[in-house]
Unconditional design. Structure first.
Length: 404
């Protein structure tokens, strides 16, 4: 834990950390609060679900694009423009009339202008902390990300009935804009060498370590989306219990991420850190009859999330220059959104047509694929014991080549 304290004492780190949490808090709130608001105004879950789907898809598409723009126009400019438009669109969502087209357009605008907070923060960390503490700060950041998903849903269900839709959406948009403004004021913004990338959009995916990290993120989030839906279905008559179970997941993820922050990352760490998640999902179908054991399994499942995510972030940071890393982090954001959406969709089909048990079997299988990907890709991954920051020369990074 000494390394964690040392990293947090570095000048500017704490400001970047808390401001990016505040700037990203809307992402942990919007899906559920948009669903509730659209259902109340438009009168049904089907159209409300479509509105949320439009938001998620546009956000996934925009993520690598805005990450790419960071290298062309600069961190501060892109962050402030997108945060301003996004916050205004979020505030407007709370006053929309009962018109389906208006809700769909607003959802699309909110998704398209989602601020690239994650790529910005993860691009700043390598210039804020010395080389030996970079794996630690990525572990802390991964744990902070879980805080967003733990607090967000609870905040959403409290804000809407307590303040009303107009104030709730205005507060959410304002919080995101405030966090982005503080983050953009960080002096570290001017210290990042963000010369525009001369490569085509998506070229970063041709780097083997980057592709492995992004595919691993996709597998991680497909399993998460399916597990979340499965837990909701298991406790269909008592949603308080399902909420507590997923909160336990987030708490375990936060704690494990902080505990692992001082541990050295090795090429095998990407696979090994996901083993607790696989073990929990493998036994969960057998223990579904006991609420307590389900809670224990979900807690253990969460223990593998943040530590694995920290490795994925470090792999990207250690394989690309800052301008290219910003785009790669955008692709990781897309993998997260697409993975959760796909996992939830598959889980819905399995729940309706097979069983709740099959959902957790599916999630375990996906997690196993992610672990195998990490094991098979181990020779292609950077040795994070020696380097956890941007490389001086990327020519040595393994590249995917087609043909001769």
């Amino acid at each position: 834990m000494g390394a964690m304290g040392e990293a947090l004492r570095e000048r500017g780190v704490r400001t970047v950390l808390w401001s990016q949490i505040l700037a990203r808090m809307p992402q942990g709130v919007l899906s559920i609060i948009m669903l509730i608001r659209a259902r109340d105004v438009l009168g049904g879950y089907t159209v409300a679900g479509i509105v949320v789907a439009v938001f998620s898809v546009t956000a996934a598409v925009a993520s690598p694009l805005t990450g790419r723009l960071l290298g062309r126009f600069g961190l501060r400019r892109v962050l402030l423009v997108t945060a301003t438009v996004d916050s205004l669109a979020i505030a407007a969502f709370g006053v929309l009339p009962a018109n389906e087209a208006a809700f769909l357009v607003a959802g699309a605008v909110i998704g398209l202008f989602t601020p690239p907070v994650l790529p910005v923060a993860r691009t700043l960390y390598p210039v804020l902390v010395p080389l030996g503490l970079r794996s630690t700060i990525f572990s802390i950041d991964a744990s902070a990300q879980e805080l967003i998903w733990a607090v967000g849903p609870v905040l959403a269900t409290v804000l809407l009935p307590w303040t009303g839709p107009v104030s709730a959406f205005a507060l959410i948009g304002g919080a995101g804009l405030l966090g982005a403004a503080v983050l953009s004021a960080s002096p570290a913004m001017g210290r990042v060498p963000m010369a525009g990338s001369g490569r085509r959009l998506g070229a970063v995916l041709l780097k083997w370590p980057v592709l492995i990290a992004i595919l691993s993120s996709l597998m991680l989030n497909i399993a998460y989306g399916a597990t979340q839906a499965g837990i909701v279905a298991r406790f269909e008559t008592n949603q308080l219990v399902s909420g507590m179970a997923m909160t336990g997941y987030a708490v375990a993820s936060i704690l494990s991420g902080l505990l692992m922050s001082s541990h050295v990352m090795r090429p095998a760490s990407l696979a090994l850190r996901q083993l607790p998640s696989l073990a929990a999902l493998a036994v969960l179908p057998v223990l579904l009859g006991s609420s307590w054991w389900v809670g224990v399994c979900v807690f253990v499942y969460g223990a593998g999330a943040s530590p694995a995510l920290a490795v994925m972030q470090s792999i990207v940071s250690s394989s690309l220059r800052p301008a290219d890393a910003a785009e790669a982090y955008g692709w990781m954001g897309s993998a997260m959104l697409a993975g959760i959406a796909f996992g939830s969709a598959v889980a819905g089909v399995l729940i309706d047509h097979v069983s709740v048990v099959s959902v957790f079997v599916f999630a375990a299988a996906v997690t196993a694929v992610g672990i195998l990907l990490g094991l098979r890709g181990r020779p292609l991954l950077p040795d994070l014991r020696q380097r956890t920051g941007p490389p001086d020369d990327t020519s040595a990074i393994p590249v995917i080549r087609f043909g001769r």
